[in-house]
Design a protein around this ligand. Structure first.
Ligand SMILES: O=C(O)CCC(=O)C(=O)O
Ligand SMILES: [Fe+2]
Length: 461
């Protein structure tokens, strides 16, 4: 019966088995989550922790400051979820909420709207106080010629430039290959002028191999120098200076750095990034379309991490996330143009068509897919790289942009370039080499990033 001794024994046995099962389950869950942590740390970019998998609980060092090598990832602001035009709120500075609008998805581009009128004024004044220099120097006679290092005959070059292989060179075939010569932006007109000057072309815009031979590098350069070069013919016509943003700098400059919280990157990275570059364009100033960061090849090193590169690399490029501030509203022109933003596909060849060069911001800004009108205090923010799932990956070709010619008044902007090397290991080595921040300060910044309080704007990759 229910009260019998044997029934009681059976119930107790079941009860004990049940308790043992529950305890076993708890152990299992505990053990597994520990294992996952270890795996997660070991798998992070830069791994560095392959042996961490094997370490027992007892051997593992006590929890210390987050290790840059293991822990840093770049979670991107979610553009996809919010779509172009979406406005989201971001708490970047205590006591203030910024509204950030998604401007385009390719490249992922945002307007976080940032600086106050006073902040803009102070930055412009500090730049004037420091003094601005020409952003691009004029062509120098006797400048080293890249072409001299080329081990190619004129026939070989001709063949390479002849994209459609019709035995003749059209203007756009030359321009597509090299828009810039000795720092001078080549337009179809300049090319025609050079052909005429060198008597290289007898039959319109087409160059035969014989005619091409007359256009040796030296002849090209001599002609340009003789003819004289105007600033408007350079790639970039502006003046700029750099403002240090460290602890000793003006309060306003330190405040401005906080916009970098958008990236959720630790201050160890942000603090080692470029100072603020303040740029002034006079009426007639421009900056033709360019990439702030170069393409990623195995043989390319980022300028900022070259000290930490293990091998010598033949190419060097800047590697940035860009935050561009407008310090004034411009009376005429001066928009920032993104010629191919949100194109369905990217086709380098189609950047020049029928003499229309979309990269030429003196003439063709009107044909750019996206133009941002400079408005005092506003900022634009983009990554320059696609995501590799955890960190920055391939160059984002859609991030091509330039400053349209200023038709009235002057234009002031400031660039905050955050240095990120797509080679994560190299970035990590560099951080460890040069970081002089005390440990706990690093810690504090990592956890106090404003976005951590508002994770919803970031996409988990
Ligand atoms: O002036 C602008 O609108 C763009 C500036 C820019 O692209 C740069 O300084 O790299
Ligand atoms: Fe730029």
């Amino acid at each position: 019966s229910v009260c019998s001794r044997s029934y009681f024994v059976v119930v107790m046995v079941f009860f004990h088995v049940y308790i043992i099962n529950v305890i076993a389950l708890l152990f299992y869950v505990h053990y597994n989550s520990g294992q996952e942590d270890a795996n997660r740390n070991g798998d992070a970019p830069g791994g560095g922790g392959g042996d961490q998998h094997q370490r027992s609980e007892a051997q593992r060092p006590p929890p210390s400051k987050p290790d840059f090598v293991r822990d840093v990832s770049l979670t991107r602001i979610d553009g996809i979820r919010f779509q172009v035009g979406h406005v989201q709120k971001v708490p970047l500075v205590p006591g203030k909420v910024h509204e950030m609008r998604t401007l385009s998805l390719k490249p992922l581009l945002f307007i976080p709207g940032f600086l106050s009128e006073d902040e803009c004024r102070v930055v412009m004044q500090l730049a004037q106080l420091k003094g601005l220099m020409e952003s691009q120097l004029m062509v120098q006679e006797g400048q080293e010629e890249l072409a001299k290092e080329l081990d190619l005959t004129p026939e070989e070059i001709f063949n390479l430039l002849d994209i459609n292989q019709d035995g003749q060179l059209q203007l756009h075939e030359i321009l597509t290959h090299s828009r810039v010569r000795d720092g001078i932006w080549l337009t179809p007109e300049t090319l025609r002028e050079i052909y005429d000057g060198l008597k290289a072309d007898k039959d319109g815009d087409l160059l035969s191999l014989e005619e091409f031979r007359l256009l040796s590098s030296d002849a090209f350069q001599r002609f340009l120098l003789q003819r004289g070069v105007k600033r408007s013919q350079l790639v970039r016509n502006s003046r700029h200076t750099w403002l240090y943003q460290g602890k000793e700098s003006h309060q306003v400059l330190q405040e401005i750095k906080k916009v970098t919280r958008l990236t959720r990157l630790p201050s160890a990275i942000v603090d080692l990034s470029e100072p603020l570059q303040v740029v002034r364009y006079e009426e007639g100033g421009h900056y033709h379309a360019h990439h702030d960061s170069g393409p990623v090849y195995p043989e390319t090193a980022c300028t900022h991490t070259r000290l930490a590169a293990n091998t010598s690399t033949p190419f060097e490029t800047s590697c940035y996330i860009t935050v561009l501030f407008y310090l004034n509203s411009v009376d005429g022109g001066g928009e920032t143009a993104f010629p191919v933003a949100d194109n369905r596909t990217y086709d380098e060849g189609s950047l020049i068509q029928d003499d229309v060069d979309l990269m030429d911001t003196r003439r063709n800004c009107g044909k750019s897919n996206l133009r941002v009108k400079p408005t005092k205090g506003m900022a634009v923010f983009w990554y320059n790289y696609l995501s590799d799932g955890r960190w920055v990956g391939e160059q984002d070709e859609y991030a091509l942009h330039g400053g349209c010619v200023v038709t009235r008044g002057t234009k002031w902007v400031a660039n905050k370039w955050i240095n990120v090397d797509p080679d994560y290991q190299r970035q990590a080595r560099y951080q460890q080499l040069v970081s002089q921040l005390p440990d706990d300060e690093n810690d504090e910044e990592l956890t106090s990033n404003a976005d951590a309080q508002n994770p919803s704007i970031h996409q988990d990759l």
